[in-house]
Design a protein around this ligand. Structure first.
Ligand SMILES: [Zn+2]
Length: 321
């Protein structure tokens, strides 16, 4: 039986020892956070930041490693991202976003794609004539990407292999939600981006109405009506709101220039739902295309797509001369 991704480690860097449990919001830093009551996989407690609306998990058993194996996640990832329809759908999305940035971005001749998986974006950027390099934490994904002839390194090699301020664009597609501390993640990779360079990323939107409605239902029924499964994955450590991501990026010297909301690529969702054998899974598979159309027309979606620009006087390089 196919499974949903089971475990995914922080794609950009080594996971911090302390799993974001000091009680402050990982996006805006305020300590004004509250319990939502949602406990996922009997272990991960969802907190809500009252100031920016970002939601994030704290691990109640942080002394033991995340339970499931990497192999399940890797098999899932290799399967989904090898699917031609999924790949083409993502490429349409990338192309649109790149076009939106172009008028103000200046030259976009090189890109570092963090958490590149098997390298679909790296391959796409290569075809556009960009100098593209990817990084990932999964040896199996790296091997697959290299087998495709792509320039991909392991996450811990990035600091040495990619010179500071050397790339025009930095991308992470569905990656930042997998880290407990997105600030740490960004501080590790932003020095690679040249001043004035552009950041592109996609991440779940904390404010997606279906997400907030299902969470409200869960809270009202004290967990008896739990339909949160398709909207809350414990592998996602943080659900950023637009306010949260602006609060996160601003102090790091990055200005958000464009935010849009989109639903997940349809071909990917269909694959995910078809892997679920439950009644809920079948229901979702049947209703998602309709829901997706409704939300798309309303300009809403479960994903935030973001374009941001690194200020010229941004944070200093990670390896001072
Ligand atoms: Zn916050």
């Amino acid at each position: 039986m196919k499974q949903r991704p089971a475990a995914r480690t922080d794609p950009g860097h080594t996971p911090p020892a302390d799993q974001g449990t000091d009680g402050s919001c990982p996006a805006c830093g305020t300590t004004d956070v509250s319990q939502t009551g949602l406990l996922t996989a009997h272990r991960y407690r969802l907190l809500l930041c009252s100031a920016c609306g970002t939601q994030f998990y704290v691990d109640t058993q942080r002394d033991s490693a995340d339970s499931a194996s990497h192999y399940q996640w890797e098999s899932y990832k290799l399967g989904v991202y090898n699917d031609d329809l999924v790949r083409r759908s993502f490429e349409d999305r990338y192309r649109e976003l790149l076009e939106k940035a172009r008028p103000t971005a200046g030259t976009l001749a090189s890109v570092l794609d963090v958490g590149c998986g098997i390298g679909n974006f790296v391959a796409f950027a290569d075809r556009l004539g960009m100098r593209a390099i990817g990084s990932d934490v999964s040896p199996r994904a790296i091997e697959e990407a290299r087998h495709r002839g792509l320039d991909v390194v392991s996450a811990d090699q990035v600091a040495d292999v990619v010179p500071d301020e050397s790339v025009d664009a930095l991308t992470f597609w569905d990656v930042i939600e997998h880290v407990h501390d997105p600030g740490d993640f960004l501080r590790a990779v932003l020095p690679k981006l040249r001043p004035g360079g552009v950041l592109f990323f996609e991440t779940p939107d904390a404010d997606f109405p279906v997400r907030t409605a299902l969470l409200r239902l869960y809270r009202l029924t004290r967990g008896r009506a739990d339909l949160t499964g398709p909207m809350y994955y414990w592998e996602h450590k943080i659900y950023l709101s637009e306010r949260g991501l602006r609060a996160l990026l601003g102090p790091l010297g990055v200005d958000v220039t464009h935010v849009e909301r989109q639903t997940s690529v349809r071909a990917k969702m269909q694959r995910e739902f078809s892997a679920r054998r439950s009644v809920k899974g079948r229901l979702l598979r049947l209703t998602w295309p309709m829901l997706e159309t409704v939300f798309r027309r309303a300009g809403r979606g479960n994903k935030l797509l973001v374009i941001a620009r690194k200020r010229d006087e941004s944070i200093s390089p990670s390896t001072p001369e």
